[in-house]
Design a protein around this ligand. Structure first.
Ligand code: C2E
Ligand code: CA
Ligand code: CA
Length: 892
């Protein structure tokens, strides 16, 4: 939304750029504030500064060391210069004294004279000689017999050619007179006329001039030496090594740090010109040796600096890692907190975070609300700001009574999760259920509350559905069974008697089939409400499904007691019920048992009550039967019969009997009804009232019906062929048979096979059968009628045909049910019904036949009221084919 607004608003173009930039800046600032960024930065600065300091210190140390070395070197040259000067002075003194003696006494006697005076230097160190003007050595000390010629030597020629009075110092030599290396120092002798007269000469080992080399001071690589003005070393000492003859490049006077100028070793070097001699004194200190202490200091400085740096880096790295991790943990915690807040906000549960309040003894006396969420506001009806800081007991004064307080204390003390479901009054919701979960945390508790009202209601609904019949609200089979078990246990414990009754509605199927399921449902509702009123509060009435009900009566006195209640139930059911505009009559067949007489457990009791109820049905319905032991056999018999039915048709156990239909006016037989008989091997003649419903149940009715149709048609054809007066054969077709797809084909096939003309066949269908599916039934009836077959409505008056629909039925007769005929003589109601049916039938152009006519009175009434035909024991019971043929022949 915001983005769209920004993009659509050209007046705020900078909003795109500025926001990210300032965002980036703050992000950077936040980053720099993070120790894992700022710490390394300051550590780096510290390192740079530290190193600068160390390097500076080293530099000043170096300067100090160099200054010290220079001073030492200067002192050294001063000392050396003085020493050499002293030595040269002594040598020069000797030469001068010798020359004086030669000039005074002659060359030959000069040396002995001086020796005698003790003026000669020690012969061990110095050789002293005198050479004449021709270069011949004329005298020596120590004395030697050899008269060597030195006239070509530089130290001789220099003096001969140089009239000045300068001493000469030769390079180092070995010669015949002195095989040891030595230098010659010469001075010129002049004769009285000032002409060259020879030289005085002193030979000394070069090492003489460097004996002052002090190892302690000058080390291994210091240097002492003398260099001639010709640039050639007369002597040079470094450490213990004495040498000569080298020619170092550029050796000026002064002091200089001359690396490699002598032998590649860097030194502090000083050179001094010797006064009165063609010599330079050279002294030097080795740079490395002089700087060794500094070097050590430098190294230790660097070592300390490196060590410090490394330690700093390590510490900073560790701190950074730790801080980064801590930062990450903080971020995670923050994120988790944000998520938690968002989640708890979005949660359907109310959160109450509470801190405990304790008294001096450490007992928890209350809780204070620290945090909560929107759901909590909604649930409590109090705003968040008002909630936070409130105490539990001020919010919920009955928290101690309701057990909440104890739960909270237990959760805080012992930890764990404590859950409970409570019925409470929720603001804005009213009475409801909550689920609360209490979790102990540090210093308090978290209480999570969920509104489970809806769930509870659903549970109740499911429980209701599982245990109660939706239609009538009565307990269902499950609940009845459960309660019956309980009631039995109770009766057993108390030693009382308990009654269980099975109630089955008679004729309910007709209502359901005839008026539709809605009417059936309504009827069940009305009847069950009435029954409930009739049984009272102590009894439990339940519905087992369909039109079956069960009644449990606890603590009854005996049969009479129970009978009274059941009679009341029967009466209540018999009251007509208004379904729309139709008053509907149903009745109840009731079977009852007593505990403990008729059974020790729920199963046996129910089974026996069922058997008793069947007996009531067999006894013509609408009555109460108490269980008697033999009933069970009839119940089992029913199961056995169903079993036996399977093979009965193939086994030829069925036969047909025929009951004549009489014209009431002429008294003649005009028709006959075929009725099925089952000659059961054990039970002999089984009534169709029993086996037809069984055959319907198991589907056998289709084959059985087909067999009846074929047999009846064939029988009629036989009678006709025998020349008997033609009669119409009536065949009963039950509901399941009638709805069968191939019914019409099968009827046609029966006619074809038997060659009976269609007018020789009538089909009886019951009223309720037609009403099950009116349209289909009428369609089917039309097909049959089109084939020339007539149709009759059986059991008329027991169902609930809509009279207007009756008009559209393609039928030719109505049969008044025998239940109306039986009481015809006495019951005014039945008379009225019979008369109504007769007049109705006539209005619709239908013939009316009455069945079950047993007495003359009934017959007379019917005749008087213009009924067309009759059927019944009064004229004949159903009989075998031969008997019927005889009867027909007789009456015709
Ligand atoms: P329904 O069609 O109403 O048949 C009349 C019943 O009344 C027959 O019983 C008959 O024996 C009996 N009855 C006749 N006159 C009197 C009388 O004066 N007094 C008394 N109390 N009863 C009389 P039934 O043969 O036991 O048949 C019972 C029912 O079985 C029949 O009632 C019919 O609905 C059914 N049924 C019988 N045979 C067949 C059959 O072949 N196919 C089909 N689908 N149903 C059949
Ligand atoms: Ca019939
Ligand atoms: Ca009938």
């Amino acid at each position: 939304m915001l983005l769209q607004f920004d993009m659509a608003d050209p007046m705020r173009p900078e909003s795109h750029t500025r926001a990210p930039r300032s965002g980036r800046l703050t992000r950077w600032l936040r980053l720099v504030r993070e120790p894992y960024i700022s710490l390394p930065l300051s550590a780096l600065v510290l390192l740079v500064l530290g190193w600068m300091g160390v390097l500076h210190m080293i530099e000043s140390e170096r300067s100090a060391a160099i200054a010290t070395a220079r001073a030492s070197a200067l002192e050294l040259i001063n000392t050396y210069e003085a020493q050499v000067a002293r030595n040269l002075d002594a040598i020069d003194q000797t030469l001068k004294v010798l020359r004086y003696a030669v000039e005074l006494k002659g060359a030959q006697s000069a040396i002995p004279t001086l020796d005698a005076e003790g003026l000669l230097p020690p012969g061990m160190v110095f050789d002293v000689r005198v050479a004449d003007r021709n270069g011949i050595i004329v005298a020596s000390n120590p004395a030697t017999g050899h008269k060597a010629n030195i006239s070509r030597q530089d130290y001789f020629t220099f003096q001969r050619n140089n009239p000045g009075d300068d001493p000469y110092v030769s390079e180092v030599r070995r010669d015949d007179l002195n095989p040891e290396p030595h230098v010659h120092i010469t001075r010129r002798i002049n004769d009285a006329q000032g002409n060259f007269a020879g030289v005085v000469m002193l030979e000394v080992a070069p090492a003489y001039f460097t004996s002052g080399y002090e190892r302690a001071r000058q080390g291994e690589h210091g240097l002492l030496g003398l260099v001639g003005v010709d640039g050639v070393f007369r002597v040079r000492r470094t450490g213990d090594e004495v040498s000569w003859g080298q020619r170092p490049p550029q050796l000026g006077e002064g002091d200089a740090l001359a690396p490699g100028s002598v032998d590649g070793v860097k030194r502090f070097l000083n050179v001094r010109k010797m006064d009165g001699f063609p010599l330079y004194a050279v002294s030097a200190l080795s740079y490395d040796e002089q700087m060794a202490t500094f070097e050590q200091t430098r190294r230790s400085y660097l070592l300390a600096a490196w060590g410090g740096s490394a330690a700093l880096v390590v510490i900073v790295t560790l701190v950074c890692i730790w801080s980064w991790q801590a930062g990450r943990t903080r971020r995670r915690i923050r994120l988790a907190q944000e998520r938690y807040a968002a989640a708890s906000e979005a949660s359907l549960d109310a959160f109450f975070v509470m801190r405990s309040v304790k008294d001096e003894q450490g007992r928890i006396i209350d809780f204070v609300l620290d945090a909560t969420n929107s759901r909590a506001e909604a649930m409590s009806g109090i705003g968040k700001d008002d909630l936070i800081g409130r105490t539990l007991l001020s919010l919920l004064p009955d928290a101690r009574e309701s057990g909440l307080f104890a739960d909270l204390v237990r959760a805080e003390r012992g930890g764990g999760v404590h859950e409970a479901e409570r019925q409470v009054t929720i603001p804005n919701v009213g009475q409801g259920w909550i689920h609360r979960q209490v979790v102990g945390v540090e210093g308090g508790v978290v209480c999570i509350v969920r509104d489970i009202t809806e769930r509870k209601r659903n549970e109740e609904r499911i429980l209701q559905m599982a245990h109660y019949d939706e239609l009538t609200g009565l307990p269902n089979r499950t609940l009845v069974s459960q309660r019956l078990e309980v009631a039995i246990a109770q009766a057993h414990h108390d030693g009382t008697t308990l009654a269980v009754a099975f109630i089955d509605l008679d004729g309910f199927k007709l209502v359901n089939d005839g008026l539709g399921h809605q009417a059936g449902d309504e009827l069940l509702r009305v009847v069950s409400a009435r029954m409930r009123r009739a049984v009272g509060d102590d009894a439990m009435l339940g519905r087992f499904g369909g039109d079956e009900f069960v009644l449990v009566l606890p603590a009854v006195q005996g049969v009479a007691d129970v009978d009274q209640v059941l009679e009341a139930v029967r009466q209540s059911v018999m009251q007509p019920a208004m379904l729309g505009e139709h008053p509907v009559h149903v009745s109840a067949s009731i079977g009852a048992v007593l505990y403990p007489n008729d059974g020790g457990d729920a199963n046996t009791l129910m089974m026996n009550a069922d058997a008793a109820m069947y007996r009531a049905k067999e006894r013509g319905s609408n009555n109460v039967q108490f269980y008697a032991r033999e009933m069970n056999s009839s119940h089992e018999e029913k199961l056995k019969l169903r079993e036996g039915l399977r093979g009965a048709l193939e086994a030829g156990q069925f036969s047909l009997v025929y009951q004549p239909k009489i014209d009431l006016r002429t008294g003649r037989i005009f028709g006959v009804e075929a009725l099925a008989r089952w000659n059961h091997p054990e039970h002999r003649h089984v009534s169709p009232a029993r086996f037809i419903p069984l055959a319907e149940e198991c589907g056998m009715i289709v084959q059985l019906g087909e067999w009846v149709m074929h047999t009846a048609c064939a029988q009629n054809k036989t009678w006709r062929d025998a020349g008997l007066p033609p009669v119409t054969m009536s065949v009963n077709v039950s509901a399941r048979q009638f709805e069968e797809k191939h019914l019409v084909d099968r009827v046609a096939e029966a006619l074809r096979q038997s060659e009976l003309p269609p007018d020789g066949l009538e089909i009886e269908v019951t009223e309720s059968l037609i009403m099950r599916d009116l349209q289909q039934a009428v369609g089917r009836m039309r097909e049959l009628k089109a084939m020339g077959i007539s149709l009759s409505v059986d059991d008329f008056g027991t169902g609930y045909s809509s009279l207007s629909a009756l008009k559209s039925f393609p039928i030719s007769s109505l049969k008044i049910d025998k239940s109306f005929v039986s009481d015809l003589a006495t019951s005014q109601d039945d008379q009225a019904i019979a008369m109504a049916v007769i007049s109705l039938g006539h209005k619709l152009n239908l013939r009316v036949i009455a069945e079950g006519v047993e007495t003359e009175q009934q017959c007379r009434f019917l005749r008087d009221n213009d009924c067309d035909e009759m059927q019944g024991y009064l004229f004949s019971r159903p009989v075998g084919p031969a008997d019927f043929a005889a009867m027909l022949a007789r009456t015709a």
